[in-house]
Design a protein around this ligand. Structure first.
Ligand SMILES: Nc1ncnc2c1ncn2[C@@H]1O[C@H](COP(=O)(O)OP(=O)(O)OP(=O)(O)O)[C@@H](O)[C@H]1O
Ligand SMILES: [Mg+2]
Length: 283
């Protein structure tokens, strides 16, 4: 029987390292992973290097950081040694990002319709009218009401949940191959968190877009993602099916799972990870 050819990965990261240029301090210490068109979660305690990893994939690392890898590719295209001009083309067409708080990501003085359509102006050949139609379609697809009127609204007129939907519309309008969402729902209340994440999963699935979701909400990751990678002190220490997070063998993953606050832990101290005695802890 003929075997299926192996699918080439959507994202292929081998030995990614991020260091602080002046002190040579290693912030991300040689991580490797691949992803297909799937929902892959990246979890880990604060400061473990999740956002830096995400920013390296967007070519948006802070100036103080240096990046290296033996291989880094998206859709078969190498991301190593790209000029800023190629990065900005890639950010418009291939990879997009949704951040925690739309307040800081949206331009306060531009109507949201203009902002959502802007990536099309920069990265597509569509005419003005088609861009306008696609923008309205996208606002509608993310579940915003009365889009004909809403397109003229300014960011301060939106609630947090609506702002996150606008961000999602803007990120997906160019149909990128990869969407990186860095704690996209952590500023929202519990009901909105579920709604916005569910929408993100549905839309990325419909558009065949890979979703790399950075989150502190492990039960949510277990419910919605296929795989999860666990990061600790700049290294990937565990990788597993997200649905099995509650049964992890790795001691750090177990502590992360046990640390989630909830009704069952109300009034009780949360467990603390017993760090190895010889571990170097910065700051
Ligand atoms: N611009 C910078 N200059 C110096 N150090 C930085 C910079 N950005 C991040 N770091 C350091 O890199 C490490 C990883 O940071 P990162 O933002 O990736 O963590 P994170 O896992 O996203 O944490 P959180 O869950 O709090 O968002 C931290 O120790 C942080 O202090
Ligand atoms: Mg972060």
């Amino acid at each position: 029987m003929a075997t299926e050819p192996a699918l080439s990965p959507l994202l292929d990261v081998q030995d990614l390292r991020i260091t602080l240029a002046d002190s040579q301090r290693a912030l991300v210490r040689g991580i490797s992973f691949q992803m297909q068109t799937e929902c892959l979660a990246l979890v880990g305690e604060s400061g473990s290097g999740k956002s830096l990893t995400a920013r390296a994939l967007m070519g948006l690392l802070p100036a103080a950081c240096r990046v290296s890898a033996t291989h880094l590719s998206l859709g078969g295209q190498s991301l190593l040694g790209m000029s800023e001009r190629r990065w900005s083309a890639l950010r418009g067409q291939q990879v997009a990002m949704v951040l925690q708080d739309p307040k800081y990501a949206l331009n306060p003085v531009l109507p949201i319709g203009v902002q959502v359509a802007e990536p099309l102006q920069l990265h597509s050949r569509l005419g003005r009218r088609e861009r306008h139609e696609k923008m309205l379609h996208m606002l509608d697809a993310v579940g915003l009401p009365n889009v004909q009127q809403l397109q003229h609204a300014y960011p301060h007129q939106l609630s947090g949940g609506m702002g996150q939907r606008v961000m999602l519309a803007m990120a997906l309008i160019t149909e990128p191959r990869l969407l990186i969402a860095d704690e996209p729902t952590s500023a929202l209340d519990a009901v909105l968190r579920e709604q916005v994440l569910q929408l993100m999963i549905t839309l990325t699935r419909e558009h065949h877009t890979g979703l790399l979701l950075i989150s502190h909400d492990l039960p949510q990751v277990a419910r919605y993602c296929q795989r999860v990678m666990v990061m600790y002190q700049g290294e990937l220490v565990d990788e597993r099916d997200a649905a099995t997070l509650a049964h992890a063998e790795h001691p750090y993953t177990r502590t992360l799972w046990a640390c989630r606050p909830g009704r069952h832990t109300h009034g009780q101290p949360l467990p603390v990870f017993q760090r190895p005695a010889n571990e170097v802890v910065y700051e």
